[in-house]
Design a protein around this ligand. Structure first.
Ligand code: GRF
Length: 195
């Protein structure tokens, strides 16, 4: 199977996914694309020999459909079977999402349904949660929703700052997403649980 990965920044989750697709893994990375031509992850993907593309979202100024049409041109050229969002920070229209129904995954740094949206770690700390984590789900039109494919839990440590918790969760993200992708690419939709 052919996997494309969308990033917006450093791409640490993308790297974990690319590095996992070796040996008898049923999938291979065919494209890493970003909405930011300056995304550091693009150079890191290229170092691993993965084709890259960038479509700067800024010239499209809010015309999401036009941005997505330009992005889809790059995606379609790579003929992906699965699309993984990994630190991708643009909201996708229901029309785009519908075209990837059942084939698009996202990782979100909270234990969904808790804390959809941004600033998840600060919100978990403010709520006094004793554990936090990350979730991989199929992407549907509703933000940070969709069928759960995996979840990983980490403890919240007293005096944690959002940065402390983010780092602990990110380490878990790098374990969870590859595990979910391998299972998903094998046709197994049962959820992965790590802690
Ligand atoms: C991180 O906050 C991560 O929790 C979330 O996206 C952000 C950047 O991740 N998934 P990455 O290093 O670009 O994969």
């Amino acid at each position: 199977l052919r996997v494309a990965i969308l990033i917006s920044g450093g791409g640490s989750n993308m790297l974990a996914l690319v590095r996992s697709m070796t040996g008898d893994h049923p999938a291979r990375p065919v494209l890493v694309a970003s909405n930011d031509p300056g995304a550091a992850g693009l150079a890191r993907a290229a170092e691993l020999g993965v084709p890259t593309a960038a479509v700067d979202h800024r010239p499209f100024r809010g015309d999401r459909a036009a941005f997505e049409a330009a992005l889809s041109e790059k995606l379609d050229a790579a003929r992906p079977d699965i699309l993984c969002l990994a630190g991708f920070m643009r909201i996708l229209t229901p029309g785009f999402v519908a075209g990837w129904e059942g084939r698009m995954l996202n990782i979100h740094p909270s234990l969904l349904p808790l804390y959809p949206g941004l600033d998840t770690h600060a919100r978990a700390l403010a709520a006094g949660d004793t554990e936090a984590g990350c979730t991989v789900h199929e992407v549907t039109a509703a933000l940070d929703d969709g069928p759960l494919l995996g979840q990983a839990r980490v403890p919240v440590v007293p005096d944690d700052t959002p940065a402390d918790l983010a780092a602990r969760v990110l380490t878990m993200e790098h374990r969870l997403y590859p595990a979910v992708l391998r299972r998903f690419a094998s046709g197994d939709r049962s959820p992965v649980h790590l802690s």
